[in-house]
Design a binder for this molecule. Structure first.
Ligand code: XMP
Length: 507
C-alpha cells in the first residue's frame, strides 16, 4: 500500500483516486500523523497545500524517517517543502504560476519520465517557487516559466515535482504516477474490485463469526453494496431493515423491496409512512423537518432492531470521503471528521458494535465492487436521494396530498430522463413543489394552482454542481405531460442555478 500525507490541498483526494485507478491501494493521513505502521507502506506521496513553505513552521513535519528510506514523491507544496527540508531555497514567485504549462526540458535517461516526452502538458498551481535546489539534487524537468519543475535527490528514489500530476489537465499525470509507483517503487497492482470482495468477505467472516448484524437499507448505492458484501460473508445472520417514511419516490418502496428480496437479502420492509407524516404535521422549517424525520427514523429503527434477538452489530454504508481526517486551511491539525448528513445521535442500537465494510472506498469504487458482485446496474446507477426524501422538496408544510402531487411529477420527470437516455448523464435530478399558486387557463376555465420546479445537476461529489443543459424539446414534452397529467399543477419551471451560490436542494 501507499501512504499519502495530506497538507490540505483540494487535490489530495484526487491523488488517492488516481493511485487507486492503477489498482494500487493507498491511504490519506494528515501530514502530522504519520501512521505507526509506516513500515508497511511501500511508497509515500506528499500532497500540495494552500499554504506557503515560508509561512508558519506548523506545516513542517520531520521527513527524516521517510526521505531516503522509501520511495518518495512530493507534489507542489510537498516538493517545495522537500526542497526546503533538504537545504534548498523556496521564495515567492515573481509571476504567479497557475494553469497549463508544457515541459520544455526532460532529463531523458530517467525512468521517472518513461513514455513522457518534451512538450507534455502539466498543470501548475502555486505562488511560491523553488529558487535553488538542494545541493544533492538533480534537475530533471523544466517548463518555460518554472526552471525547477522537477528534481530528484541523487542516490535516492526521492522526487519532487512542482506541478500536479493528479489533475487531469496534466496529460501524462497517470503515466508519471505509474512510473513512480510501479517501475521505481515496485508497488504491486493488485487492488481490484474482486480482490477487495474476497479480502472483505474473509475479514468479515472472521470478525463477525456467528454474530447477528442489523443494517438499515436506504435504497441507495452504499447501503445496498454494504448489504451484499455482508450477505456474502454471513448470509442469514444479516438482518436488513428498509423503512418507508412515506417520502420516497412513487412506488419506490415496493419496487426496491422486491429488488432486495431478489438479491437474496434477508430484508424486512417497515411501512411507517403514517408515523412520519404525523411527526411532520404542520412543520415548515427545513431543519425542524430534518430533525422530526431523523428522530422518527431512530424510533422506528430502534423498535425493529430490538425485535432481532441477540443482535451484536450495526452495519453502516460509510465510505472513505466520510472518514478522511481533514487538514484545516490554517495548517493546524484538525480533529474534525466529516459526519454524514444522516448520522445523527443514535440511541440503543448505537450501543452495538459498528461494522463499516465500505469505509476504504470512494464512491466510484463502491459501484465497481457492486458490479463485480453481479448487482443490478439499476441499483448501482441510482441518483443520490436525500434521507429526508420529498419532505425537503415540498417547500412549506407537508400534507399527503402534496406528497402525492410531487411523487407524480417526479415520476414523469425521472421516467422521461430514462427514456431519453439522459438519466445516466445527470448526477441528480428531482422535482420541487413550490409554495406558490399561479393563475392559468385550462379550456375555458381560469385555474389557480400549484407550481413545480424541475432540477437536474452535474456534479462529482455534490459539493459543487452545475445545472444540466437539458434539450428544450425534452423540457417541453415533460412540462406538457406534467401539466396535463398531474391534477393540481398548472405551471412548470426549470432551475438554472449552480452551486455555489445556490444549493442542489431548495431546503
Ligand atoms: P445541497 O442541497 O446541500 O445538497 O447542495 C448536497 C447533496 O446532499 C443531499 N442532501 C441531503 N442528504 N440528508 C441527506 O441524506 C439531508 O438532509 C440532505 N440535504 C441535502 C442532496 O440531495 C445533494 O445530493
Amino acid at each position: 500500500k501507499v501512504l499519502i500525507l495530506d497538507f490540505g490541498s483540494q487535490y489530495t483526494q484526487l491523488i488517492a483516486r488516481r493511485v487507486r485507478e492503477l489498482n494500487i491501494y493507498c491511504e490519506i493521513h494528515p501530514f502530522n500523523k504519520i501512521p505507526v505502521d509506516s513500515e508497511s507502506y511501500k511508497a509515500v506521496i506528499l500532497s500540495g497545500s494552500p499554504n506557503s513553505v515560508r509561512g508558519e513552521s506548523v506545516l513542517h513535519p520531520d521527513l527524516s524517517q521517510i526521505r531516503g528510506k522509501k520511495p518518495l514523491l512530493a507534489v507542489c507544496y510537498g516538493a517545495q517543502y522537500l526542497a526546503h527540508f533538504s537545504g534548498g531555497l523556496v521564495e515567492e514567485s515573481n509571476s504567479r504560476e497557475y494553469g497549463r504549462a508544457h515541459l520544455s526540458y526532460i532529463k531523458q535517461d530517467e525512468d521517472f519520465f518513461t513514455g513522457i516526452t518534451k512538450g507534455s502538458q502539466v498543470w501548475m498551481s502555486h505562488s511560491d517557487t523553488i529558487k535553488q535546489l538542494p545541493t544533492n539534487a538533480v534537475l530533471i524537468a523544466s517548463t518555460h516559466d518554472v526552471e525547477n519543475a522537477a528534481f530528484k535527490i541523487a542516490g535516492e528514489t526521492t522526487y519532487g515535482i512542482q506541478y500536479h500530476p493528479e489533475v487531469y489537465h496534466s496529460t501524462d499525470g497517470g503515466q508519471l504516477l505509474q512510473n513512480f509507483l510501479v517501475h521505481i517503487a515496485k508497488v504491486e497492482q493488485d487492488w481490484t474490485p474482486q480482490s477487495f470482495v474476497e479480502e472483505s468477505v474473509d475479514t468479515l467472516k472472521e470478525t463477525l463469526g456467528n454474530d447477528k448484524v442489523v443494517l438499515g437499507l436506504s435504497g441507495g448505492v452504499d447501503s445496498s453494496v454494504a448489504a451484499m458484501l455482508l450477505h456474502k460473508a454471513i448470509g442469514k445472520n444479516l438482518y436488513c431493515i428498509f423503512v418507508n417514511n412515506g417520502l420516497l419516490r412513487k412506488d419506490e418502496y415496493t419496487s426496491v423491496l422486491q429488488q432486495y428480496e431478489g438479491m437474496g437479502l434477508n430484508v424486512k420492509g417497515v411501512d411507517a409512512s403514517a408515523r412520519f407524516l404525523d411527526a411532520l404535521a404542520s412543520i415548515s422549517d427545513p431543519e425542524l423537518k430534518r430533525k422530526a424525520i431523523g428522530r422518527t427514523f431512530i424510533e422506528v429503527f430502534d423498535d425493529e432492531a430490538h425485535a432481532i434477538k441477540d443482535v451484536k452489530w450495526l452495519a453502516q454504508g460509510t465510505i472513505y470521503p466520510d472518514v478522511i481526517e481533514s487538514v484545516s486551511a490554517t495548517g493546524g491539525p484538525s480533529a474534525t471528521i466529516k459526519s454524514h448528513h444522516n448520522v445523527g445521535g443514535l440511541p440503543d442500537f448505537m450501543k452495538l458494535k459498528v461494522v463499516e465494510p465500505l469505509k476504504a472506498l470512494f464512491k466510484d469504487e463502491v459501484r465497481r465492487v457492486g458490479k463485480s458482485m453481479g448487482m443490478d446496474p439499476n441499483i448501482l446507477g441510482r441518483h443520490p436521494f436525500p434521507g429526508p426524501g420529498l419532505a425537503i422538496r415540498i417547500l412549506g408544510d407537508i400534507t399527503p396530498e402534496k406528497v402525492r402531487i410531487l411523487q407524480d411529477v417526479d415520476a414523469i420527470f425521472i421516467e422521461n430522463l430514462k427514456s431519453w437516455n439522459l438519466y445516466d448523464k445527470v448526477w441528480q435530478a428531482g422535482a420541487i413543489l413550490l409554495p406558490v399558486h399561479s393563475v392559468g387557463v385550462m379550456g375555458d376555465e381560469r385555474t389557480y394552482e400549484k407550481c413545480v420546479a424541475l432540477r437536474a445537476v452535474e456534479s462529482t461529489d455534490g459539493m459543487t454542481a452545475d445545472w444540466v443543459n437539458l434539450p428544450y424539446e425534452f423540457l417541453q414534452k415533460t412540462s406538457n405531460q406534467i401539466i396535463n397529467k398531474v391534477k393540481g399543477v398548472n405551471r412548470v419551471v426549470y432551475d438554472i442555478s449552480s452551486k455555489p451560490p445556490a444549493t442542489i436542494e431548495w431546503e
